[in-house]
Design a protein around this ligand. Sequence first.
Ligand SMILES: Nc1ncnc2c1ncn2[C@@H]1O[C@H](COP(=O)(O)OP(=O)(O)OP(=O)(O)O)[C@@H](O)[C@H]1O
Ligand SMILES: [Mg+2]
Length: 255
Amino acid sequence: MLGTNLIEIKNFHVSYGKKLVLKNLSFHVKAKECLTLLGESGVGKTTLLRCIIGLKRPTNGEIFVEGENVVEMDEEKLLAVRKKVAYAFQNGALFDSMTVFENLALPLTEHTQLSFQTIKKRVKKELEEFDLQGTEKLYPSELSGGMKKRVGIARCMMLKPKVILYDEPTVSLDPYNTANLVKTMLKLKKKGTTSILVTHNMSVAMQISDRIALLSEGKIVAIGTPETIEKDYNVLLKNFMKGIKGGLSYEKISH
Ligand SMILES: Nc1ncnc2c1ncn2[C@@H]1O[C@H](COP(=O)(O)OP(=O)(O)OP(=O)(O)O)[C@@H](O)[C@H]1O
Ligand SMILES: [Mg+2]
């Protein structure tokens, strides 16, 4: 069952210099929900995720995480938000000079007082969760693309965040690794982790999302359950998938 609003975005505008990228967005994400953002390249999906953890400030508007406005926070408060809301970067953002163990241990050594033995146990447990047992001593360059992504997500989970932001997690993965990653994401969802997923992969979106939001020209043009989106916004979706620029910018089309 979905809970209360964990993230709330209100009247949100973001610009880079004079260029207005996101225009008056308002939406929420409920606890335990997975909301997927679909939209053409450059529409501002990554920008939105970055704003949620305070890496970029909006021009106007508010973002509430558990009722607290991120937009007004100083760096110290933002650090607390980033423990609650983890950002799974597209390439996993692993440190190449560190082993898998060191990469996973890092958030705990930096942000907790846990003993080395406890950290070792936590890393082992997390690696098992992600089907990565035995990879402790490997360096990122020794991992496959799919494994790297799973290590990246495993590292995000080390501080037990409430929310995870996935930025195109399955991009450049083959169908086998995509299916594996989807399994991992569904497992986290089942455990109650809330998420925002940015993807261009419709099949992934359909499997994981509770709701899907279609973005076009800086605005949300449709939002609803996968079934609603598929049924009521079929033409928009087809245009998006065919790569028709601005294809999502039409009004709702009914059949
Ligand atoms: N640091 C920056 N400085 C200036 N403009 C930027 C910056 N980051 C992003 N932009 C611009 O903002 C717009 C949105 O970029 P963003 O990366 O959020 O898009 P996106 O929807 O994530 O695209 P993609 O699907 O290709 O990842 C783009 O036009 C981009 O050029
Ligand atoms: Mg992006």
